[in-house]
Ligand binder design. Structure first.
Ligand SMILES: [Mn+2]
Length: 201
């Protein structure tokens, strides 16, 4: 499925989720929602893989769908309460507005920004639904040519944005596709989300 849309919120985004080799469904899930000039992207990686992980990922996805935009730390805290006693998951969420983004992440999952405000967010340790500290929010600048990339550990984190020359000129769908092709491992479910500000024309 081609998951690329232009949004009224002023953002362009794309995501990809695919199961590990030999599985039909993934334990990774992505949910993106817009409201006014804001957009929230959330990525979840349920521990393990296979049908049971996929079943829980589907439940988390359904739960995310029913939620309004909310500060990422609060979202992860609520997710922890909601899925306490489950097999557990790691997750990252970013809330983007006119000039910055707020994000929060727990466990082995990646949030990074490429471009003028390049950085990698430092996650909190823990497993959502099992044990974790109170999630914190961080705010970073996010400008016109910056690119937000979130991905599960099914992608090697060794990729460097420098390997994608002209990333700010490429569509989010192009970038997401390239990330999956080059860095996704066949031994785990893999997912990524790419968000940019919509180019002014
Ligand atoms: Mn994983």
């Amino acid at each position: 499925m081609e998951a690329v849309e232009l949004l009224m919120s002023g953002f362009e985004y794309a995501w990809r989720v695919r199961p590990m080799s030999g599985e039909q469904f993934a334990g990774d899930a992505c949910w993106i929602v817009e409201h006014g000039s804001r957009l929230q992207a959330t990525l979840v990686d349920v521990l393990g893989h296979g049908p049971q992980a996929a079943e829980l990922a589907e439940k988390v996805h359904g739960w995310l769908k029913r939620r309004p935009l909310v500060e990422p730390g609060a979202l992860l805290r609520d997710m922890h309460r909601q899925f306490k006693g489950s097999r557990g998951m790691v997750a990252a969420s970013a809330l983007l507005d006119d000039d910055s983004l707020i994000c929060s992440a727990v466990g082995n999952i990646v949030i990074r920004i490429a471009g003028q405000h390049a950085r990698q967010h430092v996650n909190q340790d823990g497993v959502i639904g099992y044990i974790m500290a109170e999630p914190k929010d961080a705010r970073y600048p996010f400008a016109a040519r910056d690119v937000l990339i979130m991905h599960s550990d099914g992608l090697s984190s060794r990729f460097e944005p420098e390997l994608f020359p002209g990333m700010d000129e490429r569509s989010c769908g192009d970038i997401a596709e390239a990330l999956m092709q080059r860095y996704a491992r066949s031994t785990d479910d893999a997912s990524c989300v790419v968000v940019k500000r919509q180019a002014c024309s």
